[in-house]
Structure formats: C-alpha cells, structure tokens
Write a protein that binds this ligand. Structure first.
Ligand code: BYC
Length: 333
C-alpha cells in the first residue's frame, strides 16, 4: 500500500547507481529527521530495516494483547462478585481493542493482518513471555493487574514518544486504559489484604510469589544481551533501555508491596543508598529463554486457543466477504 518503489530512471541512465544515490539522500534526510526528534508517518520514506523492526515489535505487541486476553478470560465466569466480573470483562475487552489498534498500526507499514496472524498461528511470531504462565486463583487476576499491567505501563509510556507516529498515537490511548487496569488490580488485592480472611491473604501472597519473577522478565534480556536495543534506541523506537525500565519498575513496586502488606519473593531485594535504587537478586534467564522458545508452562495451550478461535471464526469471515462482494456487485450493476 505504501510503496517505496522509485522507478524514475530516465532512458540511458545507469539505474542501480542512480537509485543508490537517491536512496542515500533519502537515508540522510531520514537520519536527520530522527536526530531532530521528528515523527515518521506511514507515507514517509523509511529504511527497510526500520520498517521491519517496527513490524516485528508492533505485531509482537498486538499478539501479546490478544494472547493476554486468555489467562484472564479464564476467570470471567468465576469472578467473586458482579462488580469484579464487570471490571474484568471491561479489562479483557480493552485488551482486544489494544490488539486492534496495534494490528492497524502494523498494517500501515504494508504488512497485512492475514500475514501477521499467520506468523502467530504458525509459531513464527513471538508474544510476551508473561502470558505463558497459568492463572491458578482469583488473586492472580489482581496480581496480573498490579504487576503485569504495571510492568506494561512502565514499558509502554516511553513508546508514546516512539519515532513512528501511528504506533505512538495508538500507545497514548492504550496507556490511559492500562492505567485503569493497574489500579483495579491493586485495589482488588488491597481489598483482599485488608478485609479478607487469612486464606485470602495467603492466596494473594502465593500469587505474588508466582508472578514477581516473570513480571520483571517482561522487560526483555539485559541490555548487553539485547540484540535489537542499540539500533532501536538509535531510531527512537525504544526510548529507555530494558534494564533501566526494569529498575524503575522494581523501585516503584517495592513501596506498593509494603502498602499491600505482601513480601516480594527476593531475599536480595534491598535499598542501595549509593545508587538511590534497589538491588535485586539474579534473574533466571534460562527460564526466560525456555519460555520465549515455546517451552513455557502454557505456550502450547495459548497457541492452540488462538488457532481454534481463528478456525472457529472462519464462517464469519467468509460471510462478511460474501456480503461485501454482493454489495460491490450491486453497486456496479
Ligand atoms: N517476551 O533485543 P530485545 C501487554 C524477545 S504487555 C517475549 O531486547 P526488543 C499486556 C524480543 O522480541 C506485553 N519475547 O528485543 C499486559 C527479541 O526477539 P526477536 C507486550 C521477548 O524488541 C496486560 C529477543 O527477545 N508489550 O501487552 O528490542 C494485559 C531479544 O530482545 C520478551 C510489548 O510488546 C518478552 N518479555 O525489546 C494484556 C511492548 N522480551 O523479535 C496485555 C513493546 C524480549 O528478535 N515491545 N523478547 O525474535 C517492546 O518494548 C520491546 O519489543 C521489548 C523487547 C522490550 C519487549
């Protein structure tokens, strides 16, 4: 759709040399715009690697949103009160909406939604590691809101200033909604911790024990093992590094845990006066690598659920296409 073909060669010219001179000029202009902090729009020229990096990140993000609906959707029918059920329904619907904004942003880069879904369904595309863990109790719903959405906001607020404008615009709305998601999770846990029974309090602590380490892995590998970071930072796709965001999240969460009255499951977590930050224990990166390679506790189940939803929806897509064709034929007649 947004073609970058520049077939302007005049007769007798050496096409390759001319194209590369033009491309160099376009590249220089693009770099200057990035350096000046300009936003790039879908119709603007961009290097192929920039386009591919964006499609990779935005589509992984979109897949995370729709796969992220599954562990929570599992609890809608078991929510303890009408109020909690309405909140959870709204949250899961928001996540479906986030997926749609993000798929639309990826489509502006010239990749179709069918291609993006195909990559997800055939296991070629990644989605966030966090959604490959099971949701074992109602306290997991509050903990996902507090920790997982909390980590998501920390990572996503800087993306509101991403150099690719359609992605940045989508992120502004997504972050507003994520903020409600995080608060409802914290409030649900606070209610259980202040008004709940001993068994409910233990359920919260158990959920926090299980979700803490996977949540801090969400920010991705350490900076010195992150192959995409340097280039993505140079292009203004990423504004803050994986390790910096992880540290900010940990520093923000420690006080919230105190307020809730839960313990974060890391004996090495302590304030470092010199760094004005918290030190924390060693992250099990072998677990992270296993999960993103497809071998986490729920990878197969999550992918199977998405493929089933896609196959079950085939008749709806067929009917919509048949209706659209009929309308076009009517208009042509
Ligand atoms: N899970 O070079 P790196 C949400 C991959 S929240 C799986 O640092 P990059 C939600 C990475 O893709 C979650 N894979 O990569 C919340 C790369 O592999 P490829 C979604 C991961 O891109 C609540 C390789 O590891 N948020 O939506 O510079 C309810 C090396 O990493 C993970 C986003 O997607 C991971 N945790 O940085 C519902 C935010 N971490 O692609 C929904 C947008 C790393 O080279 N994305 N990998 O094969 C980003 O900010 C960046 O893509 C990341 C990774 C920080 C995640």
């Amino acid at each position: 759709m947004y073609t970058q073909a520049m077939d302007t060669t005049a007769a007798g010219e050496a096409p390759k040399a001319r194209r590369s001179a033009e491309e160099m000029q376009l590249q220089e202009r693009f770099d200057a715009r990035i350096d000046a902090g300009d936003f790039i729009e879908a119709k603007d020229w961009m290097p192929e690697h920039y386009r591919k990096t964006l499609v990779r990140q935005i589509s992984q993000h979109a897949h995370s949103e729709i796969v992220g609906m599954l562990p929570e959707g599992n609890w809608i029918s078991r929510a303890p009160t009408l109020k909690r059920k309405a909140i959870l329904l709204a949250k899961v619907q928001d996540e479906g909406g986030h997926g749609l904004y993000l798929y639309a942003a990826a489509e502006t880069l010239g990749t179709s939604r069918d291609q993006l879904f195909d990559a997800l369904h055939t296991g070629r595309a990644k989605y966030s590691s966090i959604f490959n863990y099971p949701t074992l109790s109602w306290a997991d719903m509050g903990t996902i809101g507090w920790l997982v959405d909390g980590a998501a906001i920390m990572n996503q607020v800087p993306i509101c200033r991403c150099s690719y404008a359609p992605y940045a615009r989508a992120m502004i709305r997504i972050c507003r909604e994520e903020s409600f998601h995080q608060r409802q999770g914290f409030e649900a846990l606070l209610t259980m911790m202040t008004k709940g029974t001993a068994a409910q309090k233990a359920m919260v602590q158990d959920a926090v024990n299980r979700w803490w380490w996977p949540s801090i892995m969400m920010f991705g590998p350490p900076d010195d093992e992150s192959p995409n970071s340097a280039q993505s930072m140079r292009w203004g796709i990423k504004r803050v590094s994986n390790d910096e965001l992880r540290q900010r999240f940990i520093d923000a969460t420690v006080d919230q845990a105190k307020l809730l009255g839960v313990t974060l499951p890391d004996p090495d977590l302590k304030w470092n006066e010199a760094r004005q930050s918290h030190d924390f224990g060693v992250i099990d990166w072998s677990e992270f690598k296993r999960v993103i390679a497809g071998d986490g506790p729920c990878n197969r189940e999550r992918l199977a659920a998405r493929v089933k939803a896609w196959n079950d929806g085939a008749w709806v897509r067929d009917a919509a296409t048949a209706h659209a064709n009929k309308q076009t034929m009517k208009e042509a007649a």
